[in-house]
Design a protein around this ligand. Structure first.
Ligand code: NI
Length: 254
C-alpha cells in the first residue's frame, strides 16, 4: 500500500518489540521501508537490518547531531558500506540549527562530505534540514546536486523554498507534521510541490500523526499522513499512495 521512505527502526524505542512491529507494519501494507542512519555504528545496524528483512533498505551517513564525533575513518567506512546492494541512499545528513549539538562549522563539513560520498557512489542523499533552510539550500546548490539526487526529508520549508527545491528536480518527503494543528506552512508548500517529487515518510519513532500524536510512531500510522495529503490535494487516498510509491521506487531505484 505505501512506502515509508524515512524511518529509524534501529532506535532504542523499538528494542522491546522490533520484530513484532516490523511484522505488523509489513503485514499491514507497508511495502518497503528505508531506514536512515545517524553515524557509522547505526549505518552498520541499518545495513544488517536491510540484510535481514527483504522489505527494508538502508541509508548510510552522518546526521548533523553526530557531526563533531565523526572521524575521517568513519566517513571512509561509510563510503565502503554505501556500495552495499541494499543501501539505496546516503544519510541522513544535513544541518540542524535547532539543537546545534555540533557546531555549525562541523555540521557543514560533514554535510559536504556526505554529499561528496553520495555523488561518488551514485546514490541520492537524504537531507535533514531543521531551521537551517538557507544554508542547506546554498550547500545543495553549490554542490550542484543533479535532479533526483536529493530528497529534503520531513520538509519544513516555505512555499518559496519548495519552488527552488522543485526547480532543481530534488524530492520532498512529508510526514506526520502535515496533520498537526500548526501545519499551515507545509500545506502551503504542498500546493507548489509537483506530484512527481512527493514521497511519504514517518521518521518513526518520532512525529506520530494526529490523532495519535505523542505515541510511538511506526509505519502503519503513515496512513493518517497519506489521508491528510490526499484531502489537501483533492485526490483519492489510493491515488496518493500509488503516486508516492511510484516516486519512491523511482527515487531509490527499488
Ligand atoms: Ni530522521
Amino acid at each position: 500500500m505505501f512506502i515509508d521512505t524515512h524511518a529509524h527502526y534501529d532506535d532504542e524505542a523499538f528494542d522491546i518489540d522490533r520484530e513484532e512491529v516490523l511484522k505488523k507494519v509489513h503485514d499491514g501494507g507497508t511495502e518497503c521501508i528505508i531506514n536512515a542512519a545517524q553515524d557509522y555504528k547505526t549505518s552498520l545496524t541499518c545495513v544488517e537490518m536491510a540484510e535481514k528483512y527483504p522489505f527494508m533498505y538502508a541509508a548510510v551517513g552522518v546526521h548533523p547531531h553526530e557531526a563533531e564525533k565523526a572521524s575521517l575513518k568513519d566517513l571512509e567506512l561509510i563510503e565502503e558500506l554505501a556500495k552495499h546492494e541494499k543501501v539505496v541512499a546516503i544519510g541522513e545528513a544535513g544541518l540542524d540549527y535547532h539543537y546545534n549539538f555540533s557546531s555549525e562549522q562541523e555540521q557543514k563539513r560533514i554535510f559536504a562530505a556526505n554529499i561528496e560520498i553520495s555523488k561518488r557512489v551514485g546514490k541520492p542523499i537524504v537531507v535533514h534540514d531543521r531551521e537551517a533552510h538557507s544554508d542547506v539550500l546554498d550547500m545543495m546548490r553549490d554542490a550542484d546536486i543533479k535532479p533526483g539526487g536529493a530528497v529534503v526529508h520531513c520538509f519544513s520549508g516555505s512555499a518559496e523554498m519548495a519552488k527552488i527545491v522543485a526547480s532543481k528536480g530534488w524530492f520532498f518527503s512529508v510526514g506526520g507534521a502535515v496533520t498537526f494543528k500548526n501545519a499551515r506552512r507545509i500545506i502551503e508548500a504542498l500546493a507548489v510541490i509537483p506530484d512527481e517529487l512527493l514521497m511519504l515518510e514517518t521518521d518513526c519513532p518520532y512525529m506520530t500523526p494526529v490523532p495519535f500524536r505523542g505515541r510511538r510512531n511506526d509505519s502503519s500510522y503513515i496512513e493518517y499522513t497519506a489521508r491528510k495529503i490526499a484531502e489537501i490535494k483533492g485526490i483519492s487516498y489510493e491515488m496518493l499512495c500509488e503516486m508516492t510509491n511510484a516516486n519512491a521506487r523511482n527515487f531509490f531505484a527499488i
